[in-house]
Design a protein around this ligand. Structure first.
Ligand SMILES: O=C[C@H](O)COP(=O)(O)O
Length: 263
């Protein structure tokens, strides 16, 4: 089965709404460049909540089908949850995606697999595709436990989802030690865990889900290293942090098929 690659730019807590407009306009202009076949790849930006309305306005008038989404969502539909944003609110803003279980949420906000699972279900209930993040820290990697550790996160985060729901999901493997450190995992490191994730999906949810689910790699992806990572069979795209804040750099990542594979 052919899976459409997805390049998702997670801006994290960067760029106010005016800066967001500037970046998205430049990105939309780059992506409309007919010299490049950007049609081969799906591109999404994941700005802070406060930028979503502005991004929606630009994307509505854009000729390239740029997608966008949010960095988090409440597990609750509505009510007394001060500071939270519901999936219904995100759907109303036209969000296609929402990141759930990013390692920074797991680390700084004590998000467990149960919470991530509830958030993924809330998103799916509003027809928003969750980008479910998993991945190990440095100590786990050094102990050689990265595959079982990450598989346990996958199991907990996807508990109770249907085969069809899993087929439509995006899972992002982000080794925590490679996030924002410049320490990129090798393409073989990325492939090892992305393949294990697909293998686990095959076992738990069947062939159709395993062949359709998109598994991204995230962690210090740049235009210069993206081609080697994307050459791997089980890597279907990238969740990009720092490099997504620069239109030219992110545009280069989206054009991974034109980039050289580093030795
Ligand atoms: O969500 C994105 C990841 O945390 C990767 O961030 P990074 O590309 O800055 O390493």
């Amino acid at each position: 089965m052919t899976r459409t690659p997805l390049m998702a730019g997670n801006w994290k807590m960067n760029l106010n709404h005016a800066e967001a407009v500037h970046l998205v306009q430049k990105l939309a202009w780059l992506l409309s460049d007919k010299r490049h076949d950007y049609g081969k790849v799906e591109v999404a930006v994941i700005p802070p909540f406060t930028d979503l309305r502005s991004v929606q306005t630009i994307v509505d008038g854009d000729r390239f089908s740029l997608k966008y989404g949010a960095q988090d969502v409440s597990a609750h539909a509505s009510g007394a949850y001060t500071g939270e944003i519901s999936a219904g609110m995100l759907a109303k803003l036209g969000c296609s995606y929402v990141v759930v279980g990013h390692s920074e949420r797991r680390q700084y906000h004590a998000e467990t697999d149960e919470i991530v699972n509830a958030k993924a279900k809330a998103a799916l209930g509003e027809k928003i595709t969750p980008i479910v993040c998993v991945g190990e820290g440095l100590e786990v990697r050094q102990a050689g436990e990265h595959v079982p550790y990450t598989m346990a996160q996958v199991e907990g985060s996807l508990a109770g989802l249907s085969k069809k729901q899993v087929a439509g999901l995006v899972i992002a493997y982000e080794p925590v030690w490679a996030i924002g450190t410049g320490e990129v995992a090798t393409p073989d490191d990325a492939q090892e865990v992305c393949a294990a994730i697909r293998g686990q999906i095959r076992e738990s949810f069947g062939d159709e889900a395993a062949d359709a689910v998109r598994v991204l790699y995230g962690g210090s992806v740049k235009a210069a290293n993206v081609a080697g990572i994307m050459a791997k069979a089980d890597v279907d795209g990238a969740l990009v942090g720092g490099a997504s804040l620069e239109a030219d750099e992110f545009g280069g990542i989206c054009r991974f098929y034109d980039m050289p594979v580093l030795p």
